[in-house]
Design a protein around this ligand. Structure first.
Ligand code: PLP
Length: 440
C-alpha cells in the first residue's frame, strides 16, 4: 500500500483536518486555527451550522439525487426563485452546476449559443482581464489571465483577448480617472483589433479575488465596460464565483457599482462549503433565444440535484435570518480599518484593498517605490505559513509577473464579530512582525 496515494498532496507537513465550528477549524493533533479565509473564500456562514446540517439531513431523508430530465425538484425551483429575488438585475433564469469553473463554462457556452441563435455565429471570442482567474476547466482557463496556469494549456484552450485590469494602486497615469480612461481606451482598441463583430462577451470579476488580491474597479470603469458591450453588441459576463452571495457586503458585488451583467456566475458562498453547488444566472431574453433554437446544449449530471439545492436554500435562509450581508459590510469596514492600521505599522504592507469581508493585502519590499519582494523569497508562502503557525489561516497568492507584490486575502466567514476580528488582527499582527524579521 502506498502511504500517500493523494495526487494533490503537496506538503508532507500538512495537518490532517479533524473538525470545525463557526470560525474555527481543528487538526487531528488538537490545534485550533481561526479560519480567516473561509477555506478558499467559501465557507461564508461559518462551519457546522445546525440549520444547514438539519436541512441537508431532511433532504437526504427524502431524496438525495433525482435527474433533471426525469423530475423537477421543488427545492431547485425554490432556490432558483429565491436567487432571482436577490438580484435587482435582468437575471431571471438560473442554471445550476457544481463548481465555479462550471458556472463560468456555462456562461461561455450560453453566450456562444445565444449568438448562434441570433444569427451571429461569428461572435465566438471573449475579452477578459489580466490578471484574472476564472477557473480550471478548459473554457474558464482560456479566459484566465494568470501566466503559470495558462501556459501549459495555451495551445488548446479557447483563449481570449486579454486586456489590462485596472490597478488602483500601481497605476502610472496622473490620477485614477486618467488611469481608468486609459484602461478603457486600451480595451476598446483591443476589441477593434480583434474585430468587434467577432466578440461574444467581455468577462470580468467586479472585485478581484485570488487573482488580484481584492482589487476593486470604479463605477466609471464598470459603466465604461458596459458601454463598450452595448456599443459593439456583445454581452457582459460577471464572474462573482468568489465575490457573490454577500461576501462584499452586498448580495452581489456588481451592486456596488450600479452596473449589472447579462450573465452572472456564482459558486463558493452559495453552498458555503457544505455541498458543491454553483449557478449561472442570465436574462430571460437570452435564455428564450437559446430555447427557441433547440435548447441549451449543456449540462452536468449533478446539476440542480435536490441535496445541493436544499443546501443552497438553507444557506440563503441563514444569510437572511442572521443578516450576514449587512454584517459583512459592517465587520468588513472594521476589518479594513484594522488592516490599514497594520499597514501604517509595517513596511511590508504596500496596499490594503477590497470591500466588505473580501480584503486583500499586497506585500512589498519597499513601500515608497512599491518594489515587490523577489519571487524566490516566496513572500506569500512565508507570511501564510507564519500565520498558520500562530493559528490563523489566510489565503495566499504569488504574483509571478514581477510587477506586483504577492498578496494575501483576509476573508473570514460572514458571521464574524468585532471581537473575532480583533483576534484575527492580533494573530496577523504577530505574523507580520515575524515576517519582517525574516524579510529585513
Ligand atoms: N472564478 C473565480 C473568480 C474564482 O475565484 C474561482 C475559484 O477560486 C473560480 C472561478 C473557479 O471556481 P471552482 O474552483 O469552484 O471551479
Amino acid at each position: 500500500m502506498p502511504n500517500n496515494a493523494l495526487f494533490y498532496l503537496t506538503s508532507n507537513d500538512m495537518p490532517l483536518v479533524s473538525h470545525a465550528d463557526g470560525i474555527y477549524i481543528w487538526d487531528t493533533t488538537g490545534r485550533r486555527y481561526i479560519d480567516g479565509c473561509s477555506g478558499a473564500i467559501t465557507c461564508n456562514i461559518g462551519h457546522n451550522h445546525p440549520t444547514v446540517k438539519r436541512a441537508m439531513v431532511e433532504q437526504l431523508d427524502k431524496v438525495a439525487f433525482s435527474y433533471r430530465t426525469q423530475f423537477e425538484s421543488q427545492v431547485a425551483l425554490d432556490l432558483a426563485n429565491k436567487m432571482v429575488d436577490l438580484t435587482d438585475a435582468d437575471l431571471q433564469k438560473v442554471f445550476f452546476v457544481g463548481s465555479g469553473s462550471e458556472a463560468v463554462e456555462s456562461a461561455i457556452k450560453l453566450a456562444i449559443q445565444y449568438f448562434v441563435a441570433e444569427g451571429q455565429p461569428e461572435r465566438s471570442k471573449f475579452v477578459s482581464l489580466r490578471p484574472s482567474y476564472h477557473g480550471s476547466t478548459m473554457g474558464a482557463l482560456g479566459l484566465t489571465g494568470y501566466e503559470p496556469l495558462e501556459a501549459p494549456y495555451r495551445s488548446i484552450t479557447i483563449g481570449s483577448v486579454k486586456v489590462p485590469s485596472p490597478d488602483l494602486y500601481r497605476y502610472r497615469e496622473a490620477s485614477v480617472e486618467e488611469h481608468i480612461a486609459a484602461v478603457l481606451r486600451q480595451t476598446e482598441i483591443a476589441i477593434l483589433a480583434a474585430g468587434a463583430e467577432t466578440i461574444a462577451a467581455i468577462v470580468l470579476e467586479p472585485v478581484g479575488g485570488a487573482s488580484t488580491g481584492g482589487r476593486m474597479v470604479t463605477r466609471t470603469y464598470m459603466e465604461g465596460m458596459r458601454a463598450l458591450c452595448d456599443r459593439y453588441g456583445c454581452l457582459l459576463i460577471m464572474d462573482e464565483v468568489l465575490s457573490g452571495m454577500g461576501r462584499t457586503g452586498a448580495w452581489f458585488a456588481y451592486q456596488h457599482y450600479g452596473v449589472a451583467p447579462d450573465i452572472l456566475a456564482l459558486a463558493k458562498g452559495l453552498g458555503s462549503g457544505y455541498y458543491p453547488i454553483a449557478a449561472m444566472m442570465a436574462g430571460k431574453e437570452l435564455v428564450d433565444a437559446v430555447g427557441r433554437s433547440g435548447g441549451f446544449m449543456h449540462g452536468h449530471t449533478y446539476a440542480g440535484n435536490p441535496l445541493a439545492c436544499a443546501t443552497g436554500l438553507a444557506v440563503i435562509d441563514v444569510m437572511s435570518s442572521e443578516k450576514l450581508v449587512s454584517n459583512a459590510a459592517e465587520q468588513g469596514a472594521y476589518l479594513r480599518r484594522q488592516l490599514e492600521q497594520l499597514a501604517e505599522k509595517y513596511d511590508c504592507i504596500g496596499n490594503v484593498r477590497g470591500i466588505g469581508l473580501l480584503q486583500g493585502v499586497e506585500l512589498v519590499q519597499d513601500k515608497v517605490s512599491k518594489q515587490p519582494f523577489p519571487a524566490a523569497f516566496n513572500a506569500f508562502d512565508r507570511l501564510t505559513a507564519l500565520a498558520k503557525g500562530r493559528g490563523l489561516l489566510i489565503y495566499p497568492r504569488r504574483c509571478l509577473n514581477g510587477l506586483e507584490g504577492d498578496h494575501v486575502l483576509i476573508t473570514p466567514p460572514l458571521t464574524v464579530t468585532a471581537s473575532d476580528i480583533d483576534d484575527i488582527i492580533a494573530l496577523f499582527d504577530g505574523s507580520l512582525a515575524d515576517f519582517e524579521q525574516v524579510a529585513r
